[in-house]
Design a protein around this ligand. Sequence first.
Ligand SMILES: [Zn+2]
Length: 239
Amino acid sequence: MGKKDAITAAAGFVITVIILVVAITLLQVAFGIRKNPDDGLPAQADAAHILVIDAGHGGMDGGAVAADGTTEKGINLEISMILKSLMEVSGVKVVMTRTEDVMLDGSGLSGTAKMRDLKKRLEIAGQYPEALMVSIHCNKFPQESCKGLQVYYSAHEEAESAAGAVQDSYLRIDPTNHRKIKKADSSIYLLSRARVPSILVECGFLSNGPELEKLKTDNYRKKLALVIADGIFKAIGEE
Ligand SMILES: [Zn+2]
């Protein structure tokens, strides 16, 4: 990268940060988290607001794999890290189940290794009984035309309302999306065993060419993180 490119990249980053801060402020005002929009200080959300962010898969477990070899684990982590920044700047305490490309509690692709990994994620969330957990994933389906974000939720009232708010917020990105929130059954281990209200966001389909290309861009991942943050702010604000 040349000096001019570096300056352009730095300017781009600053603009992105400004856009995100403005967007967050607007969201907070819209959903009543920022009580006094004139005080010029970052809003301090209630200390009770803890968000556990779980970036799905990691390490040897790549999760869903696209035709071009892209794995969901990396996309999940990227979106999760942006979401972390958005929530923290708003005063929400964030706990991450992972911040690196690792499986939790050992590695391997055996059923028991994957189970240990999921149990560890639940154990981390379980340490914060007042928290909301959001698990970030990407989808895959044999039918290539399948696309769009879909939110699953655990058997908690708060989870259902958070799922609904995130699903609704996604319509700002794609007003044609007809996917509806779904209550998780026992096939989604994380949600069926979660003790805290939890949602799982399937951010898009790696099996849909155009959606895959978008998911691979930083810009689209920022939009997805904003949509998820928007829904969560709304859910928190309505408590
Ligand atoms: Zn997944």
